[in-house]
Design a protein around this ligand. Structure first.
Ligand SMILES: [Zn+2]
Length: 333
């Protein structure tokens, strides 16, 4: 049985495996610019965040109907369950779909139908986090928040993703204020390719509770000290960082140093279909490449539940943390 864990940084659109992409393309009469799954996999060799985003957005064209979103999400939950995921907080990008004519209702209803069955079908409790595309305008983000008002009971938090450099958190101050006024919690990607100053902006201007990625905090000792003191969770995605060349190799990844500095780190898969592994694979990879032993893996798993938005179900959180504490490693994770 794998180590129980929560996944807190997962873009549902990033779980689109080549096989499902081709199946949905055929069903929807969408022509993909790749001959077959092999040619598509070959396109997954990225130069940087932008070169990934280009493939990522072009492939989304296959997602059209509510059933497509259901199938995508249910397939993720099945894979995640097999790797020990017991709770998942899932990002989605409404603007990436509404901009190509797919109604927000189609997206949310397809996702929600899969998530509603998540606990019974896969043993995974879930929360949904609506992300704004930071390379789109602040006005577009505000329109997205307005359009989501009929579905707020489905959404736990707002997030901020896509091309980071040149799109600082401060650009989205107003929409984050409006989201908070609607009772939504707040996270944001910061310090992946962007500078440590973006992490400070996310904390001080947007008031986020968690930082997604955040690894560039390591360039700023004062910020590290603050993040550790305030127990701000970082949702680190080591395989993503290697694939997008934020770090050169997994062996050079700062995760172990971040944990030694007292940071509340979790590990996550980000866009697993594109980055070579789901979250259990990621635990295995950091064990191998960084020499993180059983107690460090246990710490990461415990942190994932501590940092999760399970305040409305403390009983479940407590039970899952107790399972992590009692877990007996049989083979390396
Ligand atoms: Zn991400």
């Amino acid at each position: 049985m794998p180590l129980p864990k929560a996944e807190l940084h997962l873009h549902i659109e990033g779980t689109l495996e080549p096989e499902l992409a081709f199946a949905l393309a055929a069903g929807n009469g969408v022509e993909l610019p790749y001959k077959d799954t092999e040619e598509l996999r070959a396109a997954y060799l990225f130069e940087d965040l932008q070169s990934f985003l280009d493939v990522y957005y072009s492939l989304m064209a296959v997602l059209r109907t509510e059933d497509d979103f259901f199938e995508l999400t249910d397939a993720y939950l099945a894979r995640a369950a097999a790797q020990g995921v017991r709770h998942a907080e899932i990002f989605f990008d409404p603007q990436a779909h509404t901009s190509r004519g797919v109604p927000l209702a189609t997206v949310i209803e397809g996702l929600a139908r899969a998530l509603d069955g998540g606990e019974e079908r896969h043993g995974i409790s879930t929360r949904l986090i609506m992300c704004f595309l930071r390379d789109e305008s602040a006005e577009s983000a505000m329109e997205t928040l307005d359009a989501a008002k009929p579905y707020l009971h489905r959404i736990a938090a707002v997030g901020l993703d896509s091309a980071e450099v040149g799109n600082p958190p401060s650009k989205f101050r107003e929409v984050y204020e409006a989201a908070a006024a609607l009772g939504l919690r707040k996270v944001a990607h910061a310090g992946e390719e962007g500078p440590p100053a973006y992490i400070r902006e996310a904390l001080d201007i947007l008031g986020v509770e968690r930082i997604d990625h955040g690894l560039r905090c390591m360039e700023d000792p004062e910020l590290v000290e603050r993040l550790a003191r305030e127990r701000v969770a970082l949702t680190v995605c080591p395989l993503s960082n290697v694939r997008l060349r934020v770090v050169d190799t997994l062996e050079q990844h700062p995760l172990a140093r971040m944990m030694d500095a007292g940071l509340l780190c979790t590990v996550n898969s980000d866009d697993p279909a594109y980055f070579g592994g789901y979250v259990g694979d990621t635990f295995h990879a950091v064990h191998e490449a960084l020499g993180l032993g059983e107690e460090k893996l246990r710490e990461l798993a415990r942190n994932s539940f501590v940092a999760s938005f399970l305040e409305d179900d403390e009983e479940r959180r407590g039970r899952l943390i107790a399972e992590v504490e009692a877990y007996e490693f049989t083979a390396p994770e």
